[in-house]
Design a protein around this ligand. Structure first.
Ligand code: BTN
Length: 261
């Protein structure tokens, strides 16, 4: 990170900290946590990132002024929500924002990429460093492609990617900061108080409830109908032998719609 952030109170519980170009807004949030300066509801926003991080060690392309790069600090009272609930809440908040902006055919791709018409529009990276049961903490990083009219070839060769601009929605990253942060707070409250509702909304947002899927975990890949989702037990599948199979959320690597046999 670089320079002193500019601070603006956004609402009672949000404090927006604006940076210019930083390595990663998640890193800004971790640095503030380590320095003992972080507050619950801090929102680190940068105009650009030089080392934007994606899931699974990938890079997040973060050209200045083109995308929304935000990290929210969540410091819930102990014991805090399950980590997968925070991830689901973040994906749903992002989807809430995008559906509200009029993005059509948007849905969540496991675990929380937002895709529109099959192309990736946004992603979420939730991180915690060190587990202290009395002081749970989460850094919720969100990247959203806003104004890009093209993407680097290396990115496109890995998968289809899109932006709000390419979907016909013209806006500025800055205008989305507070709306996104407010939706994050709403969904994080839901993760703490109404996790069954959160799970139901999440399953619906993936479009995979009741669908025949291939789910891969460290134990291998199973094919079955996805029938339910609970934080404690994970995902429930009906497999051809008829018996329900549960896979813990933390163990699921990928889920995709199965092709018909
Ligand atoms: C993914 O889809 O792989 C997750 C992408 C998350 C990117 C955001 S941009 C803001 C925050 N800072 C980072 O370095 N990463 C997240």
């Amino acid at each position: 990170m670089s320079g002193e952030p500019r601070e603006t109170p956004a609402s009672a519980s949000l404090r927006v900290l604006r940076h210019d170009v930083v390595d990663s807004t998640n890193e800004c949030a971790h640095a503030a946590l380590e320095a003992g300066e972080a507050r619950d509801g801090d929102v680190h926003v940068a105009r650009g990132q030089t080392r934007g991080r994606g899931r699974l060690g990938r890079r997040w392309e973060s050209p200045p002024g083109e995308g929304l790069y935000v990290s929210l600090v969540h410091l819930p009272p102990p014991p805090g929500p399950h980590a997968p609930a925070v991830t689901m809440a973040a994906g749903l908040a992002l989807l809430d924002l995008l559906l509200g902006l009029g993005v059509e055919r948007a849905r969540l791709d496991w675990p929380n990429d937002v895709v529109a018409g099959g192309a990736k529009l946004a992603g979420v990276l939730v991180e915690s460093r060190g587990f202290v049961p009395e002081r749970p903490h989460f850094v919720i990083g969100v990247g959203l492609n806003v104004r890009q009219s093209s993407f680097p070839e290396e990115l496109l060769s890995a998968r289809a990617v899109t932006s709000l601009h390419l979907l016909g929605i013209q806006t500025e990253p800055e205008r989305l900061v507070t709306p996104l942060a407010e939706r994050l707070l709403d969904r994080l409250r839901m993760a703490s108080d109404r996790s069954e509702e959160l799970c139901a909304d999440y399953l619906e947002a993936t479009g995979l409830g009741g669908v025949e899927v291939l789910a891969s975990s460290a134990q291998g890949t199973i094919r079955g109908r996805l029938e339910g989702l609970e934080l404690a037990r994970g995902l429930c599948f009906r497999v051809p032998t008829g018996a329900p199979r549960w896979i813990e959320l933390a163990h699921v690597r990928s889920i995709e719609r199965a092709r018909s046999l």
